[in-house]
Design a binder for this molecule. Structure first.
Ligand code: BTN
Length: 330
């Protein structure tokens, strides 16, 4: 669980959380958890120091009156109904990159669905060696370990699975996001979320996939570095209202698991349909840049492998990877 918080502190918090609006006596907590009353008090103080609001009333006991806006397992677990995604949450106040940590954990045998979540990243990575702005406690930065039964050639499908899932979670939160191929989530011209997929594979089998996602939730314009301010947006900017990050994270994990299950059971076809329906790329004039090459044409479709098909005067080109710029509105 959270590496920074000692176990009995978590247990005291869980006990208070379970009681909801009710007071619980210090005696009940100490009996149940096998702690002295002084230890219970010490843990309550430590929790308060971390932003938990805990009422203490003589003869009634303690009551949890407010939780901080954080993404620890304790905040997330009660909101999750998933069977795999988020069953183990590795939480960090600050980390270099959740993808790097998830890759280490995958190499050490982490199970499918284990998630690394951080409140801030100091070396958040985007696609193609870019950095991902990761201001503390504003947004969502997470990476999920997957162990799909797929040949490596089909692994890119998972990136599209993730983009459909994040798009659904954003729409549920009231933000009309669309997908730019392969996996950027946009609102209008501005990026609200990105996905970085990494994998380890044998020639015929994927060993693990790490799906990393950054979603701009409560960042304001000034929270982004100047160079991305005009290109980035967030749920807060779009809705004019902050979103509870733990609830939003739970919605992302739930949507992700739903689409991963569907992909595992039915293959890529339903994902392809869903991706097309949410796409802001298809039908548009686009420029695709890949390996120093640049090509402009009309984005026609994605094929049965998720590759982008672009029609030019010279014929149709198929792209398995690349950077897309949308040129003209539909
Ligand atoms: C992109 O659009 O370029 C992909 C951005 C992916 C960012 C996320 S944030 C969580 C995870 N950890 C990282 O270092 N990157 C991904």
């Amino acid at each position: 669980m959270s590496p920074e918080r000692p176990e009995s502190e978590e247990l005291v918090l869980a006990f208070l959380a379970e009681a909801g609006d009710e007071f619980v006596s210090g005696e009940a907590i100490s009996d149940k958890l096998g702690l002295t009353r002084a230890a219970v008090w010490k843990h309550v103080e430590a929790l308060r120091g971390q932003g938990y609001r805990i009422d203490a009333v003589p003869a009634r006991g303690y009551r949890l009156a407010g939780v901080p806006d954080r993404l620890t397992p304790l905040e997330l677990r009660p909101l999750l109904n998933t069977h795999d995604v988020g069953r183990v949450v590795h939480w960090y106040e600050e980390i270099g990159s959740t993808n790097d940590r998830a890759r280490e954990l995958a190499d050490e045998g982490a199970l499918a669905g284990e998630v690394v979540v951080a409140e801030a990243q100091t070396a958040g990575r985007g696609r193609r060696g870019r950095t991902w702005a990761s201001p503390p406690r504003k947004n969502l930065y997470f990476s999920v370990v997957l162990r799909p039964e797929l040949p490596p050639s089909r692994a890119p499908e998972l990136t599209l699975v993730a983009s459909v899932a994040l798009c659904d979670a954003l729409r549920q939160a009231g933000v009309e996001a669309g997908i730019k191929w392969p996996n950027d989530l946009l609102v209008g011209d501005r990026k609200i979320a990105g996905i970085l997929t990494e994998l380890a594979a044998d020639p015929d089998r994927v060993e693990w996939v790490v799906l990393g996602a950054g979603v701009n939730v409560n960042a304001r314009r000034d929270d982004f570095p100047p160079e991305v301010r005009d290109e980035a947006t967030s749920v807060l900017i779009e809705r004019g209202q902050a979103a509870p990050r733990a609830l939003f994270a739970a919605a992302c994990f739930t949507a992700l698991e739903g689409w991963l299950d569907r992909h595992a059971e039915e293959g890529f076809a339903p994902v392809r349909e869903a991706w097309r329906a949410r796409s802001v790329t298809l039908g548009r004039e686009v420029t695709v840049r890949v390996d120093g090459r640049e090509l402009t044409g009309t984005a026609e479709d994605i094929d049965a492998t998720g590759a982008l098909l672009v029609r030019t005067a010279a014929g149709t080109e198929r792209f398995l990877s690349g950077d897309v710029t949308l040129l003209r509105a539909r």
